[in-house]
Design a binder for this molecule. Structure first.
Ligand code: ATP
Ligand code: MG
Length: 698
């Protein structure tokens, strides 16, 4: 099986070289039996290094120092690659900020006094410089064979038409526009059209329920909704317009709020027009209205600190937060991280599987790649339709060079078997990436060996909706990788690791991850609630941005995320990170996915409670339970062995695919009536099944 395949290739000597995070003893034992090729840490190939933008740690360190010592020069030179209608005030510092609540309100300003427009830089600039015929989007529909290619000049025209239409409907700078659309080309076009006219977009993942959508519309009072008749994802048809209708009803009842415009894209592949209900005056068909609009639209020049968009977080740890980003800093940071983290070269075909409904889609489907003039694949469907080889088929079809996805997708496809991957050529791939959650070692090794054929570096990128773009990540040609480690900070990012007293630690250590100084892409506020912004990120430790995540730094300076701060468990005085327990559970070949939470324990203070989803077709048994517990014993120690293993049909996840441990904590503690905010839950049925099975365990 996959795991055995992976383990075979780890040599004992390599394992010794690689101190932290260590492979489990189990892998080490297996490796001794089969000394083979994979060297850990994994170095990029000579070929990769030879064309990499940053090709050594030394070169990185030089640039990193510059970014910290002279941010005006460092960021100013990247910002100068863009068009500024008026340059920022260079007589003042390029960044002004206050992170210390004791000294007054928290604020951050970059490129103050400058005027620019992100849509202009993402589209017009390429067209004006003669790149209008190069491909911006390669769109792949849900059904095999439905596809579209859109050049930069096509995209500019469509964006201008929509921008003009929105203006006609009265949308002006600063107005909020809610975008509730599937992954069709019109989704990034809608974002860009808003940016062009200075409207603040709020993209809501098209899959959220009417209640969740209503909450998000009300929170920012968007008068205009851009949506779609419906979408087919896999076999399932989602009646998006119906969900919008229901949401707008709720807006009236809950908030006495009545948006005036719903522009609906007619997606007759999923739902024909006559199947959609209609409120005349409010509801308008996109195709009918927009096609007659002028294909040129003037640009609203935006001050660098004017808002660009707001976006709700995934809601893994609590009620989603409406994170606000501004134009100048976000633009520069999105573009520069894209270029270096994905080692972008013209001609690359870049595919990020994230939906534009998440920050990853904002930064690495839309803005980052387009600002660099790149070609992006966007995919409407799901990885398992019509069969589980769809992603790899798309990679082969378009010659994807750079593939960026989330651990949840990797794990679920790994569990289905290698044959789906290997039946398609992945020879075009140069680089792989992951984001969203910690990636466990087994899934990392599978991604590297099976998907990337051992050839492609993996950038494990740590960041948050609030950070705008990647913060800690390998630069793929510059240093060796360790599975599960996000490695080193990006330029301009100064991570600090605090102990439990809030003291900064040096060298190898473990603790709370905070960031000391503002980088250009940091969120400026939570929409309409600056107080919550300050309390959430700047209260716990004064003077720095508190990420809420824990991490460890090894002797090489590599940073490995260990999970949410809330997800550290104290068992009989041992501080155990949930991430590591999960990685150990996951290392069992028959475990498809696992999660663990802390429960109160009379003797130990806290104990661990594990939820385990088995690989398809495997039957649970006590013997298997023991084997899985033994994985934890071997890899971490007997103190970390969970008290309970709960066979789970699935795990509750956010719509963006992250495990919602706060719900698992409540289930483990039998607090079924206190599940908290479930507006971002992907599949409520999973929670019901877990609750039922927990009830019957009592
Ligand atoms: P909420 O803030 O509403 O609870 P969320 O934190 O899941 O939701 P996001 O901004 O989508 O919302 O996710 C950011 C979080 O995802 C990070 O704080 C971190 O915990 C996790 N994360 C992202 N990338 C990685 C990674 N490469 N390794 C480990 N964890 C990651
Ligand atoms: Mg968060």
């Amino acid at each position: 099986t996959t795991l055995r395949h992976v383990k075979k290739s780890v040599t004992a000597m390599d394992v010794k070289m690689w101190q932290q995070p260590a492979l489990g003893k189990r892998e080490e034992a297996a490796a001794q039996d089969n000394p083979e090729d994979l060297k850990l840490p994994v170095s990029p190939s000579r070929e990769f290094v030879s064309r990499a933008l940053v090709s050594s740690r030394k070169q990185y360190e030089k640039m990193y120092k510059q970014s910290m010592n002279d941010p005006a020069r460092f960021w100013g030179s990247f910002a100068n690659d863009f068009h500024w209608e008026r340059k920022w005030d260079t007589t003042k510092p390029i960044c002004r900020y206050n992170f210390d609540l004791q000294k007054g309100p928290v604020f951050v300003e970059w490129f103050k006094g400058g005027y620019t427009n992100i849509c202009y830089n993402a589209l017009d600039k390429h067209v004006l410089e003669g790149r209008g015929n190069s491909t911006a989007l390669l769109w792949e529909g849900n059904d095999v064979g439905s596809q579209k290619r859109i050049t930069y000049s096509d995209m500019l025209k469509q964006t201008c038409q929509l921008a003009n239409y929105l203006r006609q409907r009265g949308v002006k700078k600063g107005d909020r526009v809610c975008i509730y659309m599937p992954m069709v080309p019109e989704l990034p076009i809608a974002m860009l059209a808003c940016a062009r006219i200075g409207a603040i977009h709020s993209v809501v993942f098209a899959g959220y329920s009417a209640e969740s959508l209503a909450g998000r519309i009300l929170d920012c009072q968007s008068e205009v909704i851009l949506s779609c008749s419906g979408v087919q994802r896999g076999n399932k048809i989602l009646p998006l317009k119906k969900i919008v209708d229901d949401a707008l009803q709720l807006c009236i009842h809950q908030g006495n709020f009545r948006p005036g415009t719903c522009l609906i894209l007619d997606n007759n592949r999923a739902l024909p027009r006559n199947k959609v209900s209609w409120v005349p005056g409010r509801d308008l068909w996109w195709q009918d209205e927009v096609k007659s609009c002028n294909t040129e639209a003037f640009v609203e020049w935006m001050e660098a600190e004017d808002p660009l968009f707001l976006l709700y977080t995934s809601g893994s740890t609590g009620k989603p937060k409406g994170v606000l980003h501004t134009v100048g800093g976000y633009m520069v940071y999105a573009a520069v991280t894209f270029k270096f983290v994905f080692d972008y070269h013209p001609g690359d075909i870049f595919w990020c599987t994230a939906d534009c409904g998440w920050i990853t889609g904002h930064t690495y489907v839309a803005y980052g790649p387009l600002l660099n003039g790149a070609t992006v694949v966007i995919f409407e469907g799901v990885p398992t339709y019509p069969d589980p080889s769809r992603w790899w088929q798309i990679i082969e079809k378009y010659g994807v060079t750079t593939f960026y996805t989330a651990p949840t997708g990797i794990r679920s496809l790994e569990a289905l078997g290698d044959q789906y991957v290997t039946k398609h050529s992945r020879s075009s791939l140069r680089l792989l990436g992951t984001v969203g959650e910690a990636i466990n070692v087994k899934a990392w090794l599978w991604y590297h060996r099976v998907v990337g054929e051992g050839r492609c570096p993996i950038v494990d990128t740590w960041w948050q909706t609030e950070t705008g773009a990647t913060m800690i990540s390998p630069l793929p040609g510059a240093w060796p990788l360790k599975p599960g480690s996000a490695t080193l900070p990006f330029f301009g990012v100064q991570p600090v690791i605090l102990d439990q007293q809030g003291k900064e630690q040096d060298g190898p250590c473990e603790g709370y991850l905070c960031i000391k100084k503002p980088w250009p892409g940091i969120a400026r506020s939570l929409y309409g609630d600056h107080k919550r912004f300050e309390e959430t990120y700047f209260r716990t430790w004064l003077g720095m941005y508190v990420t809420g995540d824990g991490c460890r730094r090894d002797p090489d300076g590599y940073i490995t995320l260990t999970g949410r701060i809330d997800d550290v468990v104290n068992v009989s005085g041992h501080r155990i990170s949930i991430g590591e327990v999960e990685s150990a559970l996951n290392s069992h070949p028959q475990c498809a996915e696992a999660s663990a939470v802390a429960v109160d324990h009379d003797v130990k203070g806290q104990g661990l409670y594990a939820f385990v989803v088995l690989v398809d077709g495997v039957t649970p048994s006590d013997a298997l339970k023991k084997e899985i517990m033994d994985c934890v014993r071997r890899e971490i120690g007997s103190f970390a062995v969970p008290e309970v293993i709960h066979w789970a049909p699935g795990l509750p996840k956010t719509r963006s695919g992250k495990i919602m441990r706060r719900i698992l904590r409540k289930i483990a503690a039998n607090q079924f009536d206190e599940l908290g905010d479930t507006s971002s839950l992907a599949d409520p049925a999973v929670v019901e099944q877990l609750v039922d099975s927990k009830r019957s365990m009592r």
